[in-house]
Design a protein around this ligand. Sequence first.
Ligand SMILES: Cc1ncc(COP(=O)(O)O)c(C=O)c1O
Length: 374
Amino acid sequence: MEGAIIHGGEGLPDIVVRPERGILVRPERIEDVEFGTLFTPNMFRMRWTDGHWHDARIEPVQELRLHPGATVLHYAQSVFEGMKAYRQKGGDIVLFRPEMNIVRMGVSARRLQMPQVPEDFFMKALRALVQAEVDQIPELPGTLYIRPTLLGTAPQVKVAASREYLFYILTLVSGPYFRGTSGRDPGAVCVFVAEDRSRAGWGGTGGVKAGANYAGTLEITAKARDLKCGQVLFLEARGAPLRERRVEEMGGMNVFFVRDGALYTPAMHGTILPGVTRDSLLTIARAEGIPVHEMDIPFGWVEDGLKDGSITETFACGTAAVVTGIGSFHFENGSELRPSAATPGPLTQRLFHRICGIQFGDLPDEFGWLRKVC
Ligand SMILES: Cc1ncc(COP(=O)(O)O)c(C=O)c1O
């Protein structure tokens, strides 16, 4: 593919493909790789100026040249996505529901007054980059994590949308999201309940993947980590007693509860991210005849269910961590609550194996979710 040109389409730039070959970053033991740190050698990049996209390239990863007054640096005009390419047993490389990430990135961009990356073109760029990095893609439980990013780059110290943008895609060799887990089963994490911090408010940007949503969670995430908790559970941003506030999501994952054999997850009101994994698990569960409820879940409902044993399992889900059992909920005052079944519980395990089975090709792609890259 070296030196190849991919036709971009009407009004779009051709993609010049000039990757660096011969550097294999893929490690021997994928379980030892710290998630999010092992970048592959090449990236896709493209610029927006004068109202159109141009200069599309796949080339070695290099540092960005940004004016220190760039919009993204002052006003956080930045959105991103997170998806994966999987190496299946038979050797095929597939993407999982990439259209959902592409559409979600468009929604995120619109919310932050940024230009759209046309969907077909986005797909071409993804395919070309994954093909360029194909040798880097590990086998199960490893994946190639894909990080499309869009930044406002024009220098201007005033609160206004940038006139220039940079769109790029990075890929990373990835193993299990949580340290000490194998990636071959759901594993378990403990979760810290955020009592005095929230990540999103009504009418805010919680429902899109804006970089700024995450910066505000770092302080409480560090506190959670000191307590050995791998994730933070965020509640509705409202000055009401804890029991009355709705459960929203984790810092980077959606949340589910199992009660009396049914699956419950918070309904979406624009304050939580519409997760691809969340949607996929709901679809699988419905197809398997498991009752599912997307509804407002006051924290009191969770507390009572954990105390009286009716909530048997809870788990978090997302592209990076797939499906991970929640073993315990920890509170500011040092108390903790646990689901009544051992974590990960049976339904958590069943859903984990079903979605991974589809992604890695051990189970049929019944819902038509996979897109073969090569
Ligand atoms: C805040 C938040 N919630 C949920 C998710 C899970 O979304 P998905 O399943 O699309 O990865 C993510 C990850 O992208 C996230 O950042």
